[in-house]
Design a protein. Structure first.
Length: 157
């Protein structure tokens, strides 16, 4: 059963695939996916292009070298999503992008924010000797992994 809100999804990590697959499996309408092209993804630690996932699921894919480019802004405006979900991205996403969906953007980050802000949060938690890793769902704003926190959990290592 389709859910009533359409989603624009942004991701460029292996865990992005799991979040995207879950949203689709749960019946959410994904109006478009924004991610890196395959070449760019290969040059990022843990990078992953989502184009093949989109091909299988018949979801429009927008490859973005620059998430804040005019081309991406126009594509998002055309998709007219109700909400955005970002699960892994390497650039700061501007207000111009985050304000396109009617209800803004939700971020998914692999730490218990505000601890673990920035890149490679799982790696840093392991290096620090943590016995668990966190996960946060939060309101995405232009600061790195910053915004109102909606939900958090941890997983034992």
């Amino acid at each position: 059963m389709k859910k009533s809100l359409s989603i624009a999804f942004i991701g460029n990590r292996e865990h992005s695939v799991y979040v995207l697959d879950h949203l689709i499996a749960e019946g959410w309408e994904v109006s478009c996916v924004i991610g890196p092209d395959r070449s760019s993804a290969r040059h990022q630690a843990g990078g992953r292009s989502l184009d093949r996932v989109c091909e299988k699921r018949d979801v429009p894919y927008i490859d973005a070298g620059d998430i804040n480019s005019e081309r991406v802004v126009r594509a998002l405006e055309t998709a007219r999503p109700d909400i955005g979900v970002c699960a892994g991205w390497t650039q700061i996403i501007s207000d111009r992008v985050t304000t396109i969906p009617q209800y803004g953007f939700i971020g998914v980050h692999a730490s218990r924010l505000p601890s673990g802000r920035g890149g490679a949060p799982v790696n840093w938690q392991l290096i620090a000797g943590a016995s668990e890793v966190g996960l946060s769902v939060f309101e995405l704003d232009p600061e790195v992994n910053h915004g109102a926190i909606y939900a958090q959990t941890t997983v034992q290592i």
